[in-house]
Design a protein around this ligand. Structure first.
Ligand code: NAI
Ligand code: MG
Length: 349
């Protein structure tokens, strides 16, 4: 078996965590009897400064033949405005390949310490990734005058809401059979009431899944106070954005938080990336935590149908965090990026 994977290391610590992950990926592939045909793309802020573009004009077409994209991080705000780098690379990829489901597993790896006392923290957040509050519809009038008005309209389509909920129900079926739908339908009487109605319609097709509905404020508190009552959580673009940062904090910080941008239609590549950015404050020192990227790579293996390899990568990763001997400085240790990745590679069997 062979899988074509596009690598976009990007900026800052992006190339550091991606390079460290390659050795692990190559070994796990070898052990499980498949090959990863990896093509590296130097698309980044450096490229923008040299050529005026974050990626070539036909960049999306170059990515299209790949089964998956593994991305490090994009952005170097001191040299290129975030709006330019984000809109020149990350957002076009998510949009062009219609990666509508942003999946973020939140779990405490063994040995990881979050701010909660409980270790029963194992939640899969699924964030709608294409519409809703981030649709960009709106405008401003009377700019700069006392009469100024700014409007930003959320756009929820039946197609968009239905497909993210179906995706969530499928995931719930594969996990505990419990799904939480997140809204604010007591205050937002059009879009969120609509979301509730679609939830009910889709739920009828999944009688085996138990559905709970929560308002965003209530579920934020619940995630901290009673996380064991939650399993699969489905939320709109804005609500999911906020909840997943809370989830990342609880699971031990950005160094530990993986994500997947999924289009379940396999004719289009899905993209796997750590939640964190390019971390300019620590870039170039070789001390970035590679756990989030390695975990994202495990999600990628699952998506490629190499579930056994994904499981053994996660098991090796857990063994290293459990042992606790090798921690990067963000976790209070002194190990460097490559030490951790090499330990994970050594644990693979
Ligand atoms: P950031 O995630 O890069 O860094 C926030 C803090 O977390 C920093 O103190 C950093 O050192 C630390 N940190 C992050 N990842 C770490 C890791 N793996 N190991 C150890 N420490 C880690 O967020 P920030 O500083 O707001 O953004 C920097 C740049 O990254 C910006 O240009 C931003 O737009 C971009 N960004 C890109 C993302 C992406 O590519 N998907 C996501 C988030 C931000
Ligand atoms: Mg966010």
């Amino acid at each position: 078996r062979r899988h074509a994977v596009a690598l976009i290391p990007g900026d800052g610590i992006g190339p550091e965590v991606i390079d460290a992950s390659l050795e692990v990926l190559e070994k796990v592939a070898r052990l499980h009897g498949f090959a990863l045909d990896m093509t590296r793309f130097d698309w980044s802020c450096d490229r923008y400064l040299a050529t005026g573009r974050m990626m070539p004009e036909d960049g999306i077409d170059q990515l299209r033949p790949h089964a998956a994209i593994l991305l490090g991080a994009v952005g170097w705000p001191a040299r290129v405005p975030d709006a330019v780098s984000l809109h020149g690379l990350l957002l076009p990829i998510r949009k062009s390949f219609d990666q509508f489901a942003n999946m973020r597993p939140h779990r405490l790896l063994p040995g990881a310490t979050g701010p909660l006392k409980s270790e029963a923290f194992d939640i899969l957040c699924i964030r709608e990734n294409t519409e809703g509050e981030y649709s960009g519809a709106g405008g401003r009038i009377h700019v700069g005058t006392p009469a100024e008005v700014a409007v930003e309209t959320s756009i929820f389509t039946r197609r968009g809401v239905e497909r993210i909920l179906r995706f969530g129900f499928e995931q719930a079926r594969r996990r505990s059979g419990r799904l939480a739908s997140v809204t604010k339908s007591n205050a937002q009487k059009y879009s969120m009431v609509f979301w509730d109605e679609v939830t009910e319609e889709v739920a009828a097709d999944y009688p085996d899944v138990t559905v709970s509905r929560y308002h965003i404020d209530a579920i934020a508190a619940r995630m901290v106070m009673a996380p064991e009552t939650l399993d699969v959580v489905v939320a709109s673009n804005l609500f999911g954005d906020i909840l997943t940062d809370l989830g990342a904090a609880i699971q031990g910080g950005l160094g530990f938080a993986p994500s997947a941008n999924i289009n379940p239609d396999r004719s289009q590549p899905s993209m796997f990336e750590p939640v964190h950015g390019s971390a300019p404050d620590i870039a170039g020192r070789g001390i970035a935590n590679p756990v989030a990227t390695l975990w994202s790579a495990a999600l990628m293996l699952d998506h490629l149908g190499e579930e056994a390899a994904g499981r053994s990568l996660l098991a090796a990763l857990s063994a290293v965090t459990a042992e606790g001997r090798l921690r990067t400085p963000d976790q209070g240790g002194r190990a460097c990026t490559t030490d951790v990745a090499r330990a994970v590679a050594d644990r693979l069997s």
